[in-house]
Design a binder for this molecule. Structure first.
Ligand code: ZN
Length: 490
């Protein structure tokens, strides 16, 4: 039974997108609904991924999947349900996930003898299978990725950022040695950085999580962290060394070359549709989404400007559409019965990188007008007249420019909001005011991190080696052991 307070919300009807700078959260939700990326579902905490949102997810999936395969991984699929007794075997892991697990207690009308967890992540079920599959060092490494949905009971719903059910991929590997496992974790973190920066045009900071921020059951957790326009960090992907913890809990053992029996070294790594949330917040503006071309379900939209009898324009627009499709461009022809101006703002709101306007005047001149979404209205180079015959050939270069420009803008924001403090008061003020990524020499002590969090709400996002610079921790004065990025986070 659903209590009154559990009643799901209805998707709000968005008439106009509020200014981004005023309230990022209002702007974000409005864009997600108005651009038809998602709708709120009749189940609390869940969203429906609509076709345009699915198009974005499929672009991200494609970019990741091809890289997983290029680095030797294969896809497989494991069950959604995990028996409670299995989940209980890795103590830290259980403790970390217990508050968020949804349980299946009945099959039809019958109460189950053992509760089944809906997977919050799949280390447990996959580890159990690996124990069955691995006998000898010859069976290693196992390099598997799973595309799946997972469930973590959430009270608040924010599209892509916080939902009870979400889509992700989880890689799970088993190796004969710790060195191999560590190399795998580093390799996949680099894949995530590349997809975030080169495909999503979202610059990130790569590093290791502190012990308190570590994945439950891992020995080392690494992450990529992006900075949102409100000064909060967003963890965009993680890659974990699980040591032999899961291998011991789930009995993944193998006979080594010298016949000795050893536990395998395992890893896991994941990126979810949260990355889309980062992309939306980083690139969007007051007119709506701005999608980097490599992520865009539609790269170029053709809007014919038809007034009265304009058969010529319609025919030319259809011809151009066919030409672009044949050239492998993800193009769309908008022949809806709407005013051109309304179509312009609609596609701007949806963030399509390039708009191609084609009217009687253009046709007379033998050109089309190309409008870039990355440029401000009226900005130089924002509107270009291109001979009709050259449009298909010009588009790839323009899309590259837009991709580069969006990354450059995001990079400038991150660089401009990465502060290296050496003064304690300044450090705390920057953390409190969400000034950005605040980098300091840090002691690495959980107590120090907790004190900073209590005072400012900021936590360490990730850390990197100290290098040569020995000295005191900026937060507490104890000897520093690493450089750490502090920020408030999503
Ligand atoms: Zn400290």
């Amino acid at each position: 039974m659903m209590s009154q307070t559990d009643a799901p919300e209805k998707t709000p009807l968005v008439k106009e997108i509020p200014p981004k700078a005023k309230d990022l959260s209002d702007w974000y939700q409005a864009v997600c609904y108005k651009a038809e990326l998602v709708s709120l579902a009749p189940v609390r905490g869940c969203v429906v991924l609509r076709p345009y949102g699915m198009g974005l997810w499929e672009r991200l999936q494609g970019a990741l999947d091809s890289r997983f395969k290029a680095t030797g991984h294969e896809n497989a699929y494991f069950p959604l349900l995990i028996p409670e007794s299995l989940l209980m075997r890795e103590a830290e892991h259980v403790e970390g996930f217990a508050p968020e697990v949804a349980w299946v207690t009945h099959g039809g009308n019958e109460k189950l003898a053992e509760r089944l967890a809906i997977r919050p992540t799949s280390e447990v079920i996959i580890g159990t299978m690996y124990a069955e599959w691995v006998q000898s060092y010859r069976d290693l490494p196992i390099l598997i990725n799973q595309w799946a949905n997972v469930m973590r009971w959430e009270k608040r719903t924010r599209p892509f950022l916080r939902t009870a059910e979400f889509l992700w991929q989880e890689g799970h590997t088993a190796h004969a040695t710790e060195t191999e496992a560590a190399a795998e974790v580093a390799q996949m973190l680099e894949v995530y950085r590349e997809v975030a920066e080169d495909i999503c045009a979202v610059p990130v900071i790569k590093g290791e999580k502190s012990s308190t921020e570590r994945f439950a059951g891992a020995t080392h957790t690494f992450s990529i962290e992006a900075l949102m326009p409100d000064g909060k960090a967003l963890q965009a992907a993680t890659s974990h060394e699980l040591g032999q913890n899961f291998a011991k809990a789930y009995d993944i053992k193998f006979a080594a070359e010298d016949q000795s029996i050893r536990h395998a070294w395992t890893t896991s790594w994941g990126m979810s549709w949260r990355m889309l949330g980062a992309l939306i917040m980083v690139h969007g503006d007051d007119r709506g989404l701005r999608i980097p071309p490599k992520m865009a379900p539609i790269e170029a939209v053709i809007v014919p400007i038809v007034r009265g009898e304009s058969e010529d324009v319609t025919r030319a627009a259809r011809d151009l559409f066919a030409t672009l499709r044949a050239a492998g461009i993800r193009a769309k022809l908008d022949e809806r019965d709407l005013r051109p101006g309304n179509k312009f703002s609609d596609w701007e709101m949806r963030g399509v990188p390039l708009r191609i306007e084609l009217g009687a005047k253009d046709l007379e001149a033998g050109t089309a007008t190309l409008v870039r979404r990355d440029k401000e209205k009226g900005a130089e180079g924002g509107k270009i007249a291109v001979p009709l015959a050259d449009v298909a050939a010009r588009i790839p270069g323009l899309l590259d420019d837009i991709q580069t420009e969006l990354y450059a803008q995001a990079r400038a924001f991150l660089d401009g909001h990465t502060l290296s403090d050496t003064d304690r008061a300044e450090f705390l003020a920057h953390c409190k005011n969400r000034s950005g990524m605040v980098e300091i020499a840090w002691c690495g002590r959980p107590a120090c991190e907790a004190a900073v969090k209590a005072e400012t709400s900021a936590t360490t996002r990730n850390t990197r080696p100290l290098g040569d610079a020995a000295g005191p921790c900026v937060a507490c004065g104890e000897p520093a052991t690493v450089r750490a990025y502090f920020a408030q986070s999503y």
